[in-house]
Design a protein around this ligand. Structure first.
Ligand code: SF4
Length: 349
């Protein structure tokens, strides 16, 4: 991989043998204790991501999507109890000593957060912040680090990078600041980028530009991306694979074309129904998912989506496991949405 992106990743043009996964998460569990009550924020999460692929982890606030990714990088408070396994290129991350983890953050795995205004140092020129990031990961002198910083600003398509190098964060728009954060994340040439609601604070146009940039960089650098979002629409546009989380669990997991070809879990269907559509008649109310996300300290018996689900019945008092019901398509539901060519009654039989 090179910062200038001259090495090209193979284009996704046709069926090719799937590369070995770079990140493999198995039965990840994160538990906090709040007011003496255990809170199971992540409950048996498993997934994998291969180089050059984008996995979208989708869910509402409190679904465990951000907690699970922070657990991989050792970014949770010490009070968090983390079990299970997460291997990066075969090396176990869970339980890795902080000193070793610090060496991997940024160089193996980098993270881009939602709010660049809070992540950037407001009193430091952006060029110096990127130069500093380059020197954390590479033993180079100030001149070389500065050249790489300008290269990175060019790579993330910041307009007039030589001039912007000397500007402060407050002189940039929100979209430009997020480009700077991506440049900092790429300074260590990571093989895995975790984008945690990285475009949520941006307007729709800038959001699309940043997502296009991430997709383009991924093609050029072969980076694996875990995109954490509440927005199933973004997953439809940019993800190769989609994992939907609810109450700390994976409730549907499939390659994006499979999942969007036939959503099976009622919660995923509800999320999909809540996406604003351009062809929706004006002045019609946007459908919302009824009820509230669950309180993790007091989950309902059985399926955690039961209080909000129109399809629930007594069988749902037992929690459904995440099961591969069709090739590559896993869901956790006793009464899934109808698949292609079936109706709900057939599915129930
Ligand atoms: S298991 Fe039951 S309550 Fe849960 S999503 Fe499926 S139908 Fe709804």
């Amino acid at each position: 991989m090179s910062i200038s992106g001259t090495d090209t990743a193979p284009a996704r043009t046709g069926p090719a043998p799937a590369p070995d996964p770079l990140l493999v998460v198995r039965d990840l569990r994160v538990r906090f204790t709040r007011d003496g009550v255990p809170v199971h924020a992540v409950n048996g999460l498993s997934y994998s991501v291969a180089p050059g692929r984008t996995l979208a982890v989708i869910g509402e606030s409190g679904s465990g999507k951000s907690v699970s990714s922070r657990a991989l990088l050792g970014l949770l408070p010490e009070s968090a109890r983390i079990t299970g396994s997460a291997t990066f290129d075969g090396t176990e991350l869970i339980g890795m000593p902080e000193r070793e983890m610090r060496g991997r953050r940024g160089s193996d795995i980098a993270m881009v957060f939602q709010d660049p205004a809070r992540s950037l140092n407001p009193t430091m020129r952006i060029g110096n912040q990127i130069t500093e990031a380059v020197r954390v990961h590479a033993d180079v002198d100030a001149r070389v680090a500065r050249e790489r910083a300008v290269e990175l600003l060019t790579l993330v398509r910041l307009p007039a990078p030589e001039r912007r190098f000397f500007e402060y964060p407050h002189q940039l728009s929100g979209g430009m600041r997020q480009r700077v954060m991506i440049a900092i994340a790429l300074a260590g040439q990571p093989r895995l980028l975790i984008a945690d609601e990285a475009t949520t604070a941006l307007d729709v146009t800038t959001q699309a530009q940043i997502m296009e940039l991430l997709a383009e960089l991924q093609q050029r650098l072969g980076t694996a991306v875990v995109m954490i979002s509440h927005d199933l629409g973004l997953a439809a546009s940019y993800a190769d694979d989609v994992l939907v989380m609810y109450a700390g669990r994976a409730v549907e997991y499939a390659p994006a074309p499979t999942l969007f070809g036939a959503v099976r879990m009622p919660y995923t269907a509800a999320l999909l129904g809540a996406i604003p559509l351009l062809d929706r008649p004006s002045h019609t109310l946007l459908p919302v998912i009824p009820g509230q996300p669950p309180d993790l300290r007091a989950l309902p018996e059985g399926c955690p989506f039961r209080p909000r689900c129109a399809s629930s019945d007594d069988q749902c008092l037992t929690e459904p496991p995440l099961t591969e019901h069709e090739p590559g398509h896993r869901w956790a539901c006793w009464h899934p949405e109808p698949g292609p060519g079936t109706d709900r009654e057939e599915d129930r039989r």
